[in-house]
Write a protein that binds this ligand. Structure first.
Ligand SMILES: Cc1ncc(COP(=O)(O)O)c(C=O)c1O
Length: 395
């Protein structure tokens, strides 16, 4: 069955404004159901959690439902879903609880800086996995030398936020497991682009952010509750010491958490399906991935055949994310030109700090990123290609 792109797009009020939203890798638009869920939560009255009155009970239920929804999305345990403002904040918190001086941490130059700096700043000894700058691949073989008996954690992304590269995480996880090291997988970019099974990936921790998959600005890290029981994060003396609550500082954004659940329900229902929400998510996200990759083939071929365009990386397995330069124009100029044509793309290093350095373009303004998510259609791709084509020989 073809992906029902028109009915999916009709769920998103913002998509009617005439812009081609190819900036999903920096944050997606939200469907009406998410917007309504957030405002309904406020409208119905919410309190802080753990109180004796109904508005507080509603917040208790919102938090529990959100943990269940995120667990369904990534194939995890609801009791191990840590919720917070964003992935970066949660990763800093967990990194401090997991690693420190005397440990070794393995980080990669493919990763967004949010899965690098929190580890390198723990005081642990840092070992770096390198990227092939031509293909954009993260060779697995190097991990056999990088991981040793002192390795506490291997931090690696499930997909690059600029090149789209999907490294062989299960193979890296197997090496980590044999050495007794933990796997911290950054799924912030990957989660939006296909079905996720954190256990199949070999992830002890799987980080994601709802604003990349049609939800509000909320982050989550999912782990086995038994593993979380072994960790002691910094926390207030007065706050709960239970798992996963002891990893969550301060008062949560309860209404937004209701929006996260609505976003998961939206993803599960993009294509008609039966069975549990988890089963419907797998079906729906598989169909969305096929839709994205089909469109992306057009986008990538279009860019690669333009003589004035350089596309970075050529990974074998990837998300629908392209990173490119246009001769004679800075990345910012390209983004401004496209914005004038109502095409949204991102320019710069996009926090892929090590990767853009490895590509030799970090200090010159990075490049242009155009990415597809499930709600993009052929006209978005055509408008991008026409806009980039128009820059030929106008440099
Ligand atoms: C791959 C990847 N990891 C981590 C992050 C950081 O996520 P957050 O904004 O939730 O801190 C991003 C954000 O762009 C990302 O793309």
């Amino acid at each position: 069955m073809p992906f029902p792109i028109n009915s999916v797009r009709a769920c998103y009020p913002a998509l009617t404004d005439g812009y081609a939203y190819l900036d999903g890798a920096a944050g997606t638009q939200t469907p009406r159901s998410v917007i309504d869920a957030i405002s309904d939560a406020y409208r119905s009255g919410i309190g802080n959690v753990g109180g004796a009155f109904p508005a507080s009970h509603r917040s208790d239920a919102i938090v529990a439902a959100c943990r269940a929804a995120v667990a369904d999305l990534v194939g995890g345990d609801p009791g191990g879903v840590i919720l917070g403002p964003n992935m970066t904040t949660l990763t800093y918190r967990l990194a401090r609880a997991i690693a420190g001086p005397g440990d070794e941490v393995v980080v990669s130059r493919l990763d967004h800086d949010a899965n690098v700096r929190p580890w390198t700043q723990t005081g642990a000894t840092v070992r770096w996995a390198d990227v092939d700058p031509v293909t954009g691949e993260l060779p697995v073989e190097q991990y056999a030398d990088l991981i040793g008996e002192r390795t506490r954690v291997v931090a690696v992304t499930s997909a690059s936020n600029i090149l789209g590269t999907r490294p062989d995480v299960p193979a890296i996880a197997e090496l980590a497991r044999r050495a007794g090291a933990l796997m911290y997988v950054d799924g912030v970019h990957a989660t939006a682009h296909g079905p996720v099974d954190m256990r199949a990936l070999g992830a002890d921790f799987y980080a994601t952010s709802a604003y990349k998959w049609s939800g509000p600005h909320i982050g989550a890290v999912v782990a086995d509750p038994a593993l979380l029981e072994t960790l002691r994060p910094d926390k207030l003396a007065s706050s709960p010491d239970t798992v996963p609550q002891r990893f969550e500082t301060g008062t949560a954004a309860f209404a937004d958490l209701e929006g996260v659940t609505a976003a998961v329900d939206h993803l599960a229902s993009m294509v008609p399906g039966v069975g549990s929400r988890r089963e419907r998510l797998l079906g729906s996200m598989t169909a969305a991935e096929e839709h994205e990759l089909e469109l992306f083939a057009v986008l990538l071929t279009g860019l690669e055949t333009m003589p004035h365009v350089t596309v970075y990386g050529k990974p074998a397995r990837r998300t629908a994310t392209a990173y490119f330069a246009v001769a004679g124009h800075t990345p910012r100029q390209v983004a401004e030109h496209l914005a004038g044509l109502r095409v949204n793309v991102w320019n710069g290093h996009n926090y892929a700090w090590e990767l853009t350095a490895a590509l030799g373009i970090r200090d010159s303004g990075g490049a242009v990123r155009a990415g597809l998510v499930h709600y993009n259609d052929r006209s978005d791709v055509d408008r991008l290609l026409e806009g980039v084509e128009a820059l030929r020989s106008s440099g």
